[in-house]
Ligand binder design. Structure first.
Ligand SMILES: CC(C)(COP(=O)(O)OP(=O)(O)OC[C@H]1O[C@@H](n2cnc3c(N)ncnc32)[C@H](O)[C@@H]1OP(=O)(O)O)[C@@H](O)C(=O)NCCC(=O)NCCS
Length: 173
């Protein structure tokens, strides 16, 4: 099966919403996703075969310490939502999506990447570790429905330099 990794379009919003629901992620509305597809400060990528089978949404954040210190601001980025279709997992697609998002971050001079993940989501925590992230803290009671702590994870931009694939990757799954 040929899979294309590409930038998300507003017209992908319904498919992305369906993947989000199936993966039991923090809920965003379809119109939120439509907006993200056109937002300057977002990196929003989908994996497409005959249909959309994965997505990652990351947002750039300016490092406010740099503003305070009157330095040239550097960007950080936060992964906001991310899923691969249940039947397509453990074939490398999640890693391809993540690395494509990091490659885009690199082009935008992102120096650090952050994310929060439910503390019970051991699959995702294992996945992020394998892909260069490390745990840096816990946010108590961060999630609701059901209430749960968040594990905060971080990855330095330097660490991804040698590993990023070209954007627009097409590969066989
Ligand atoms: C997290 C997620 C995106 C990973 O996608 P994926 O396509 O399965 O990931 P990959 O195939 O690239 O996995 C790479 C490696 O991560 C680790 N990994 C992935 N899923 C794992 C699991 N369920 N248990 C343990 N390790 C896992 C493995 O080391 C895997 O390599 P391997 O298959 O050779 O052993 C996918 O599991 C998913 O959609 N989960 C539900 C939504 C979610 O939790 N999103 C993250 C919210 S922060």
């Amino acid at each position: 099966m040929k899979v294309r990794i590409r930038r998300a379009l507003a017209s992908d919003a319904a498919s992305v919403k369906a993947l989000e629901l199936a993966a039991d992620l923090s809920p965003w509305s379809e119109s939120d996703y439509r907006e993200e597809a056109g937002r300057e400060g977002s990196i929003f990528i989908v994996a497409e075969a005959e249909q959309i089978i994965g997505f990652i949404l990351m947002r750039l954040i300016t490092n406010s310490d740099d503003f305070c210190a009157a330095k040239t601001p550097q960007f950080h980025a936060e992964i906001l939502n991310f899923a691969v279709h249940t039947t397509m997992r453990r074939r490398g697609l999640g890693s391809a999506l993540l690395l494509s998002a990091l490659a885009q971050g690199q082009n935008r001079e992102v120096t650090r990447y952050f994310l929060e993940v439910r503390s019970s989501n051991l699959a995702a925590i294992g996945f992020y570790r394998i892909n260069g992230f490390r745990e840096i803290g816990v946010r108590r009671g961060f999630y609701s429905h059901p209430p749960e702590d968040a594990v905060l994870m971080e990855c330095s931009g330097d660490k991804v330099l040698a590993r990023v694939p070209p954007f627009g990757l097409v590969f066989d799954l």
